[in-house]
Each structure stands twice: as structure tokens, then as C-alpha cells.
Design a protein around this ligand. Structure first.
Ligand code: AMP
Length: 273
């Protein structure tokens, strides 16, 4: 497995690759969720590149940029065992100039839900993903449905900038009790982990309501709110796959999303219906 920190070195390695390239961008502290993306890429592409970069421009003031978990040695082992061809571990200074162009997420869909609670977050996400695409020039790039709005905005960026990259969306990987895997789960104390389960419990309840023909968004959101009442809810929302708010669930075109704080830890989860 090759390791690169210089973007230009990785770009020239990329040029030497004749066949398809799958790309998996991550912020490291890899878990089964990341591994599922990596495996999918290895299955479907001749070469797989994984990036590990805690991108400062997508963190807001006061967020956990400095505390973000780092496990570089374990991450490299995971990538090697999975059969990754190259890992990209850039330094911040090699990725950003002091004065450079900025990417702004779409005004509406980039500034609702996650974007409303974390204004500017998606500007940073799109900026780094576009840079990483420029370096790795992937045939396919893999993203998790766990970050549903991010996935949507990246699909849109690819479309609007006419990038020749296929975005592959991957299912949310959960622990056996339902907790969606996240690098941030390690912040949770034992008691908080129990509370964190309420996110998937609320989403399961919503699914049950839909199965029993309750499609009214307000009623579903109210029930979810009851389940999550012991957490600090940021939003519970029901949108279509284009991230328009829905009054009524549309089967096969709906995402139910939740963001909540459990203690100091901000957790997100969602379900596609
Ligand atoms: P991150 O390292 O948190 O930036 O995540 C890197 C990629 O892994 C993103 O595309 C995430 O959506 C995806 N991801 C994170 N957690 C999960 C999960 N539990 N299941 C599937 N994909 C995930």
C-alpha cells in the first residue's frame, strides 16, 4: 500500500493508473461504516484510494476540530488489510493557501438542517471534496447515507460542475443494537451511549408508523420528539430525496432525519423510506 502526503505526488501516482479509480474520503478514526465504503470501492474499482484528513474548513468555531479522534496507525492497518492501494494523509498547509477561491454551498439546500445548525459547514465540505476530486480524479467516489445532506450536496456539485465522477451512496452501518457507527461515538460515556440509542429507536418508530399507513409528517415528528425528549434535539425533519420538506411521507422518496446532542456529543442519524 502506498502512502502519500504531498498532493502533487498523489496526483502523479493517479496519472500512472490506467484503470478505474475508486475514492473514499474520510476524516479517519475508521470504523465499520468507513470499511463498508472501502470494501465497496475495492469490489467495484481496479484501484482504491482512501484519504484521511480532518478538514478544518468544515468545522465551526467551538466545534471539536482539535479533539477529533485520531488513530492513524490503526487506520493504516485497516486500509492495508482491506486491500487499499493508496492512502492520502495530507497536511493542512499543503491543501490550503492563505488566500484562495471559496466554494459556497447552495443558498437553500446547503443552509437548512445540518447547514442551518452548522452554517458554513457544507462550504468547507464541498471545498475539500472538490480539491480531493481534483487530485484523485476518481472514476467513482463513495459516500455514506449517514451524512445524507452531504451526500445530496456532493451529488449536486458533481452535476452542476459537470464533473465526470460517479457518486456511489452506501448504506448506514449500525451496531447490533441500532446505534449508527460514528467516529464521534467514542466521546459517549456509558450512560450517554444508552441515550444515543434513542436516535435509532425514534427512527424505527417512525418507520413502524409509516408501515401502518401513518404518513403525516407532523404526527411522526411529534412521536419521535417524545422518544428523544431526554436529549437536546436540534432537528427532526422529513424531506424528500431532493431535501424539500414533506408534509406527507412519500414512499421510496423520503428521508427522515434527526440531529441531537447527547451530553456534549452531537449525533445525527436518518432513515430512507
Ligand atoms: P467521516 O470520516 O465521518 O467524514 O466519514 C467518511 C465517510 O464515511 C462519509 O461518506 C460518511 O457518510 C461515511 N460514514 C460514516 N459513518 C458511516 C456509517 N455508520 N455507515 C456508512 N457510512 C458511514
Amino acid at each position: 500500500m502506498r502512502k502519500f502526503s504531498d498532493p502533487l505526488d498523489l496526483a502523479s501516482y493517479r496519472k500512472s493508473l490506467k484503470n478505474s479509480v475508486g475514492f473514499v474520503p474520510t476524516m479517519g478514526a475508521l470504523h465499520e461504516g468507513h470499511i463498508s465504503l472501502i470494501k465497496e470501492s475495492i469490489k467495484n474499482s481496479d484501484n482504491t484510494i482512501v484519504s484521511i484528513f480532518v478538514n478544518p474548513t468544515q468545522f465551526l468555531q467551538g466545534e471539536d476540530l482539535d479533539a477529533y479522534p485520531k488513530k492513524i496507525e490503526a487506520d493504516l492497518k485497516i486500509c492495508e488489510l482491506a486491500g487499499v492501494d493508496a492512502v492520502f494523509l495530507p497536511n493542512i498547509d499543503d491543501m490550503y493557501e492563505r488566500d484562495e477561491l471559496k466554494i459556497t454551498a447552495p443558498n437553500i439546500k446547503g443552509f437548512t438542517l445540518e447547514g442551518f445548525n452548522r452554517p458554513g459547514h457544507f462550504d468547507g465540505v464541498l471545498q475539500i471534496v472538490l480539491k480531493l476530486f481534483g487530485i484523485t480524479k476518481p472514476t467513482k467516489a463513495y459516500f455514506g447515507k449517514k451524512d445524507a445532506q452531504q451526500l445530496f450536496l456532493i451529488q449536486n456539485m458533481v452535476k452542476h460542475l459537470f464533473l465526470d465522477i460517479e457518486i456511489i451512496s452506501c448504506e448506514i452501518i449500525r451496531q447490533s443494537d441500532g446505534l449508527a457507527l460514528s467516529s464521534r461515538n467514542i466521546y459517549l460515556s456509558e450512560d450517554e451511549r444508552v441515550k444515543a440509542l434513542l436516535l435509532s429507536t425514534a427512527l424505527k418508530l417512525a418507520t413502524k408508523m409509516v408501515i401502518s399507513q401513518e404518513l403525516d409528517s407532523k404526527k411522526i415528528k411529534n412521536k419521535m420528539q417524545e422518544v428523544l425528549k431526554d436529549t437536546d434535539i436540534e432537528y427532526i425533519e422529513i424531506v424528500d430525496r431532493e431535501f424539500n420538506l414533506l408534509q406527507k411521507v412519500e414512499i421510496k422518496n423520503t428521508i427522515i432525519l434527526v440531529a441531537t446532542f447527547v451530553g456534549e456529543t452531537r449525533l445525527i442519524d436518518n432513515i430512507w423510506i
